[in-house]
Ligand binder design. Sequence first.
Ligand code: 1HE
Length: 267
Amino acid sequence: MDQTEHTPTPALPASLRAELRGDIAILRLARPEKRNALNDTTILGIESFFATLPAAAKVAVIAADGDNFSAGLDLSELSERSTVEGVTHSMMWHRAFERIEFGRVPVVSVLNGAVVGGGLELACATHIRVAEENAYYALPEGQRGIFVGGGASVRVPRLIGVARMADMMLTGRRIDAASGYAMGLSQYLVAPGEGLAKALDLAARIAANAPITNFAVIHALPRIAEADPRQGFMMESLMAAVAQGSDDAKDRLRAFLEKRAKKVTEF
Ligand code: 1HE
């Protein structure tokens, strides 16, 4: 909950479209003719969208127009940059994607077609990835003579391990949606065209959680998971006590004991 909310939301570039559906904020990558390649304007637009989410938004969904989630960095903008400009550019991506990963609300992404380079980096900054069966993943930076710069070396190994990421970068291989699902790149795998409906269903469930639980999952869980176990256990105890002490938790526990709450169900 480290973000200031401004209203109205600033205008987004033409490469992005935003919509608020109830308590779900939806951001669409809207440059399908360029396979949703991510230029600087789009990255700044993503940062701005997540920095200024409407107060009503409890969860966000990122999806793409067209047949591809994103072909990654807009290579037409990869002009002659100095070393310092290169660092600054990469840090701009990091800032934008940290707004997603450590923002105010959980974020679900819908992956289809190419989820490549910076497109995979964007996807990995979201909390839940729903892949359609036609999605594929690649890190072609090796072929382009560059290195990842949008957070992949931090986020991708957490999902699939350093060895698999090294393989992707060294060989430029494509990983299909089913293999990506099996190795942890996505948490869900659905038929083509069904990703958005699935993401909206998940988003509705997330929005119904206690806000303190969603906060803890986004902000406490990743820090605890990376902490030394002794510090981690302590942070977990503190976070658990904070959540448990909330009126929301008390109401929900009472509702369960009085048989007014849903049981654990499959979906
Ligand atoms: C682009 C880009 C792009 C497409 N930058 N313009 N990413 C890559 O190395 C992936 C490069 N793209 C591709 O390999 C292919 O485009 C795809 C496999 C993703 C899709 O193929 P296809 O046949 O459907 O489309 P296309 O004909 O290749 O592309 C359609 C148009 O989009 C075309 O422009 P047009 O004006 O000729 O119509 C392409 O030039 C354009 N286009 N991808 C710019 N990436 C923070 S560091 C992150 C580092 C990286 O992300 S490196 C990985 C970059």
